[in-house]
Write a protein that binds this ligand. Sequence first.
Ligand SMILES: O=C(O)CCC(=O)C(=O)O
Length: 238
Amino acid sequence: MISSASSSSNMEQESISFKVILDGLILITSYREDYDFQQELIDYCIRALKGEENSINGVEELPSLETPFFKCFLDIPFESFREDLIDKWCHTPLAAAKDASPILKQCEDKFKIVQLCYYTTKGKLGWHRDRISGLTEEEQAQLTSPVVSISLGNDCIFSYKVNGYKDVEHDLHLKSGDILIFSGPQRMMWHTVKKVFCNDTRPKTLNMRGLEGRINVTFREGTYYPDNSSPNVSNTLQ
Ligand SMILES: O=C(O)CCC(=O)C(=O)O
């Protein structure tokens, strides 16, 4: 069931509109038209990926259509990420989402990591749940803390399976500026990025500083690295 509503953001004094897709799964679309807002975050993320931001080590190599990998990840400790961007893109939309989906109010925020993922137009991400390294399966299953996930740049198809309904896939067409929040009963939903669309799909006014494709910014409690791997080798995960 999808319901829509809007609420006023204290910080920006403008309306935040959202869709409650399910209890615990919210899509905020109101930043789609706010290009200055998006550009500020895009610029910061690209500098972070390139290692040009203070106290953030960038990635070893950015993917392109010529590299053997088409996406890369960068994990940044929450406290190293720019505070005003955390307020604008994480705390403010999350507060609006909590008003819209009261079940989120019962889920404690435990942000420790900001994960950047940069995808070229050939980039995809396989089905997975946002697990956290070091937790048992039982502990993973009990996670409820919010994941706040932002799309920037090209459109993509993000698909998910409602927790407990593993045979049915739902597609969301995400656009630049969209914020997807999953938490509570949907915190451990399976999801995937099936496709990143071509560069024509991003707003012409957005400048990706010479990069193609899409950036995802995810605020969350932790990250999962497969055994014996590190953030650098996760470049190659499909
Ligand atoms: O790119 C996205 O929208 C999703 C990213 C994601 O699922 C992840 O980093 O775990």
